[in-house]
Design a protein around this ligand. Structure first.
Ligand code: ACO
Length: 431
């Protein structure tokens, strides 16, 4: 706790209260306003949580002005260069890096929870072939709550651990089954001899009639993308998982809610929207005209993949991914990929433009992630699903942190009511 005190005075009643400030280990202090309603009968008003910390957390720290991202204190650049997705998942969940035995045991557990109940697989048949995979993934995750209803006691630490392992293990299988459904191919079972990302590519691209060899470069690129997307503190989907989970609901249902929140183009759906935008722009010669449309306040066109609620400087993940885009495309023989060229020119022009400079709008992770996914052969409608697979590690870690907190309580925001005041009902026949 810091020594700073903020005093709130009501000039009409003369009533004052001291509001204490709380300090984290790093980052700005927060003012504890939880006594406001009790002492003053008022709420605070902060639509979109512009200045409101909804929880305390020990998992991820972002300094948006400095462009810093830490998972459990470790810089994202170091994890991206030296770690891998399952180790990062362990770190997010447990708070510390694993030793060799702990990592083995975790990897073993994740690998052996990848299968889906055969009855669950039949649910995919109820979807039309062109159903969006995010809708299927959200629905199938919600259905897991039915499969693991009686066996998931959120107050039992072992049950919580099994849930977290199942979640990270099964979401690639669920995603791959959604993909196979959309392309009309048979479901491909997971392979326990493959690492996490290789297995995912195998389930996506193998077919029963011929052998399929995973390209290690593809698996490595995917693993890096997963590390970068694994957590991002109280973003909209994570906050949704926490809010839904705060009711004590089945945790698979809470994760399903998070998937739905992630789908929006202002959040995880941005990677799909970036590709749509690049294709609509079509050619570098159209960049100036497109940026003019973006800057026109009478219109509603946004430069997708630009801007972030927290980063008012470069998103460190975008810097890593931009570099990786160069490497991956070069190794795949796509160094002159026209979409990448277009993205680079668009970024260059926007970063020189006063509209974006004055608003501190920089490329975010999703400006480039779609280009890599596309180069890996992942179809556009699956981009946000890829994000969901990676973010499942963060969602589970946040759910776990919230549920294990002795001060856990249901999240119940208040409102500023602006609707009609009390009035009497008039039956329709008298109107
Ligand atoms: N293109 C053009 N203008 C933008 C953009 C953009 N991408 N982003 C913000 N602005 C402008 C707004 O019009 C506003 O201008 P004004 O002050 O003249 O009214 C100003 O910048 C502030 O924008 P807000 O929408 O208030 O910022 P907010 O923090 O609420 O939104 C968001 C952040 C949603 C990410 C926004 O920047 C955006 O829509 N970006 C495009 C979508 C995107 O890439 N989303 C992915 C985010 S990263 C992730 O979820 C993984």
């Amino acid at each position: 706790m810091s020594n700073d005190k903020y005093q709130l005075s009501n000039l009409t009643t003369g009533k004052t209260s001291d509001l204490e400030t709380l300090s984290g280990t790093v980052g700005p202090d927060v003012i504890n306003i939880s006594s406001l309603w009790r002492d003053h009968g008022v709420f605070t008003f902060d639509p979109g949580f512009m200045a409101t910390a909804s929880t305390a957390s020990r998992i991820t720290f972002i300094d948006g002005d400095a462009g810093t991202l830490l998972y459990r204190g470790y810089p994202i650049e170091q994890l991206a260069a030296q770690s891998h997705f399952l180790e990062v998942s362990y770190l997010l969940l447990k708070g510390e890096l694993p030793d060799a035995a702990e990592l083995d045991s975790f990897t073993h557990s994740i690998t052996r929870h990848t299968m889906l109940n055969a009855a669950l697989l039949r649910l995919y048949g109820g979807f039309h072939h062109d159903a969006h995979p995010m809708a299927m993934v959200a629905a199938i995750l919600a259905s897991l709550a039915a499969f693991y209803h009686d066996t998931t006691n959120i107050h039992d630490d072992r049950h919580r651990e099994i849930f977290s392992h199942r979640m990270i293990a099964k979401i690639p299988t669920i995603a791959a089954a959604a993909y196979k459904h959309t392309v009309g191919q048979p479901f491909i079972y997971p392979r326990n001899d493959l690492d996490y990302c290789s297995n995912m590519l195998h389930m996506f691209f193998a077919v029963p009639c011929e052998s399929y060899t995973v390209d290690p470069l593809h698996a490595k690129a995917l693993d890096l993308l997963f590390i970068l997307h694994a957590d991002h503190e109280q973003n909209a989907s994570t906050a949704t998982v926490r809010l839904a989970g705060s009711t004590g609901c089945n945790p698979y249902a809470a994760i399903s809610a998070g998937v739905s929140a992630l789908w929006g183009p202002a959040h995880g759906g941005a990677n799909e929207a970036v590709l749509d935008m690049l294709e609509k722009i079509g050619d570098v010669s159209h960049v100036p005209e497109f940026l003019t449309r973006v800057k026109d306040k009478a219109g509603s066109v946004r430069l997708m993949g630009f801007g972030h609620r927290v980063y008012k400087n470069f998103d460190p993940r975008a810097t890593i991914i931009r570099e990786m885009c160069h490497q991956v495309l070069a190794k795949l023989g796509q160094a002159n990929n026209p979409l990448f060229e277009l993205a680079l020119r668009l970024e260059e022009s926007a970063l020189k433009d006063d509209y974006f400079i004055s608003r501190k709008l920089y490329p975010n992770i999703d400006f480039y992630s779609g280009i890599i996914y596309l180069a890996l052969g992942i179809p556009r409608s699956m981009f946000t699903v890829m994000f969901a697979i990676a973010r499942s590690a963060g969602w589970v870690a946040h759910w776990y942190e919230m549920i294990a907190d002795p001060e856990w309580k249901i999240a119940r925001p208040r409102q500023l009511y602006t609707g009609a005041v009390k009035r009497d009902y008039v039956p329709v026949k008298k109107c």
